[in-house]
Design a binder for this molecule. Structure first.
Ligand SMILES: [Zn+2]
Length: 360
């Protein structure tokens, strides 16, 4: 392969086909992870793509060129936004917003890139010409229990669910925990606790329609044993594959937050951090993936992808599919994350079959 890195740190490995004008058949994923994350999320799709292309090339050159894509900055854990690299490939950049975001050490996105010899001021040039790309496929661990529970090897993802995320700030009155009578308290954390429960109840009410809702972060200030909390900030993540339903759950949570605040005599400030639309993946690639599984007698199913993938960006400009493989007990983003080499190889068999159909 010839290998290059673009200005934001995406890596592209390319093998030429026999027709230099034919559009690229691409596959890949990301190799970054979250703090205390596992070894398989993302990496399986990068190594899988390399392995699949190597197998195909061993049988002789294809018509179309093939590329392995390794996305930079997939996870949102460092700067609070996800899919930096894939969004640059699609041209979905937010340069003014991104350039001022800081990580917990105070470094900005441009500074972090510069430390790696990369160039924030050139990221607009990372956009790929979609007309020259035929397809993109991402092999990925499921990060959920459906395949393992069903004894299935491949989950062909038809839609990727997307989150609406809120920041909810609760402003109460910090006060002495010993001298402030219960009746005169405006405890930000008590209101916040009720908002957390409201997120759970609203998500439970629509769970049969694929809605999930989580409060995954909270800060409590001043944050001392002997002070009634005055300020709380929490981040809410609600997702599903029906944008209107996700929106209505969010509206209900906002109303519940107002009621919880009024009951405690505190104020809430609600801001939408991000609002993404679910993405339907390529019907043609879904069909070809199914054919590849059937031909190799690989047990498969169709599924909704609940985790965020770079494919939800790429899928907006290039025909895209995601193939899930089982992972142990469905756990991910922890060191216990595990996929067996046998399961990975069956996933690579499916990916190989798919890429060969596309490129040959
Ligand atoms: Zn991932």
């Amino acid at each position: 392969m010839t290998v290059r890195m673009d200005a934001v740190g995406n890596i592209f490995g390319r093998v030429e086909g026999t027709d230099s004008d034919a559009p690229v058949v691409a596959a890949g994923s990301h190799i970054d992870t979250v703090p205390t994350g596992g070894n398989f999320d993302g990496s399986v799709g990068v190594i899988g793509a390399m392995c699949a292309i190597q197998r195909i090339m061993a049988k002789g050159k294809t018509k179309n060129p093939m590329e392995v894509w390794v996305f930079a900055g997939h996870e949102s854990s460092r700067f609070g936004f996800a899919h930096l690299g894939s969004r640059c490939i699609c041209g979905f950049t937010e340069i003014d917003k991104w350039k001022n975001l800081k990580d917990t050490t105070g470094k900005t996105v441009p500074e972090v890139l510069a430390n790696r010899g990369l160039h924030f001021d050139q990221i607009a040039g990372c956009k790929r010409d979609a007309s020259k790309i035929k397809s993109f496929a991402e092999l990925h661990i499921e990060q959920g229990p459906i395949l393992e529970d069903g004894n299935l090897n491949v989950g062909i993802v038809t839609d990727i669910a997307a989150p609406i995320r809120l920041s909810i700030k609760v402003k109460g009155t910090a006060a002495h925990s010993g001298t402030t009578p219960m009746r005169s308290r405006h405890d930000a954390l008590v209101a916040a606790a009720n908002i957390v429960l409201a997120v759970r109840q609203r998500a439970n009410a629509e769970a049969s329609k694929g809605i999930v809702g989580t409060v995954g972060y909270m800060s409590v200030k001043p944050g001392a044993m002997n002070i009634v909390p005055g300020d709380v900030e929490m981040w809410v993540d609600v997702r599903g594959n029906d944008f209107d339903l996700v929106s209505s759950v969010i509206d209900n949570i906002k109303a519940d937050a107002q009621s919880a605040a009024e009951a405690e005599g505190v104020k809430v400030e609600i801001n939408t951090i991000s609002s993404s639309h679910p993405v339907h993946l390529s019907d043609e690639l879904i069909k070809l993936s199914e054919d590849a599984c059937k031909e190799q007698k690989i047990p498969y199913t169709f599924m909704i992808g609940g985790g965020g993938h770079d494919s939800q960006e790429i899928g907006q400009i290039i025909p895209t599919v995601v193939l899930h493989i089982p992972c142990l007990k469905g756990v991910s983003h922890t060191p216990e994350e595990f996929a067996s080499i046998d399961d990975i190889m069956v996933g690579i068999d499916a990916l190989t079959g798919l890429l060969e159909k596309l490129a040959r």
